[in-house]
Write a protein that binds this ligand. Structure first.
Ligand SMILES: Nc1ncnc2c1ncn2[C@@H]1O[C@H](COP(=O)(O)OP(=O)(O)OP(=O)(O)O)[C@@H](O)[C@H]1O
Ligand SMILES: [Mg+2]
Length: 265
């Protein structure tokens, strides 16, 4: 039997006539950084949305393994994914612009674990004042990501790259086994990307979490990934170590040729 933490087999997701993901299979081993790359429109975010159950794929199997055994993710509703220890970030931010950095991270656990959004927001005042351990945990995460100084700043007043870090902090608040990260480095400069790479590697070493990383920044992907799966036009194109992928002829060709939707943003 497979030892993979996450196994995606024969995944297919079409929107009307557009086949966004066509028979895609790959496995993610526990305690690794596994990158999912490919040109714009390759289908990467759609794969993530199927795993986290935002989308309902027409075909395929997605299995997640933990100590309790194997879990068939496609038989679960999206709100039953986070309690398994699977957290995600969004390519387009899903933060509360009016709330502070601190509060966005503080309520992440409530939203992920049990409550509806309204319940989580109603709990917020109580969490702020009473649940000390939750606040300490939140502050520790902000510290780790270098966000402590901005804890009381409203999200909407922060640069995009910093908002991406808050998204990561929210995912970390769930203390996940598996983190699904959709372009965490988007909007960051080179210095910030390097820092993010170190943070992700440290996080993974410290918590033993597995990271599935969608990313366009090749320096980041190449420096922190154990394995890389490449998609192109909805299909699996290649898989290997960073060294193998870097010089893989089909991968080079796919990037030079551009994706369905053209060049990189
Ligand atoms: N909800 C949707 N409805 C219709 N089409 C969609 C939907 N989501 C994605 N698609 C289409 O599926 C294809 C794959 O999109 P997806 O967002 O998964 O690509 P991606 O690899 O994440 O690209 P990028 O690197 O630009 O984020 C695209 O052609 C896109 O237009
Ligand atoms: Mg995407």
């Amino acid at each position: 039997m497979s030892t993979a933490q996450l196994s995606v087999q024969g995944l297919r997701m079409a929107f009307g006539g557009i086949v966004a993901v066509d028979d895609v299979s790959f496995e993610v081993q526990p305690n690794t950084v596994h990158a999912l790359i490919g040109p714009n429109g390759a289908g990467k975010t759609t794969v993530l949305n199927c795993i986290s159950r935002f989308y309902n794929p027409q075909q395929g199997r997605v299995m997640f393994r933990d100590e309790a055994g194997e879990h068939d993710l496609l038989s679960r509703k999206s709100h039953r994914i986070a309690p398994l220890g699977i957290a995600r970030t969004f390519q387009n931010l899903e933060l509360f612009g009016e709330l502070t950095v601190f509060d966005n991270v503080l309520i992440a656990r409530s939203i992920g674990m049990r409550a509806t959004l309204v319940e989580a927001l109603l709990r917020l005042p109580r969490q702020r004042h009473e649940e000390r351990s939750e606040r300490e945990r939140t502050m520790a995460i902000l510290d780790e990501l270098g966000l402590a100084a901005q804890a009381q700043v409203q999200i909407r007043d922060l640069p995009y790259g910093t908002q991406k870090l808050v998204e990561l902090a929210r995912a970390m608040a769930l203390q996940p086994r598996l983190m699904l990260l959709d372009e965490p480095a988007a909007g960051m400069n080179n210095r910030e990307i390097e820092a993010l790479g170190r943070t992700l590697k440290d996080l993974q070493a410290r918590t033993g979490a597995t990271l599935l990383l969608i990313e366009h920044s090749m320096p980041l992907v190449m420096s922190i990934s154990d394995r890389i799966t490449v998609m192109h036009n909805g299909r699996f194109l290649a898989e290997g170590t960073p060294r193998e992928i870097e010089r893989h002829p089909a991968v080079v060709e796919a990037y030079l040729g551009g994706g369905k939707s053209g060049k990189r943003r």
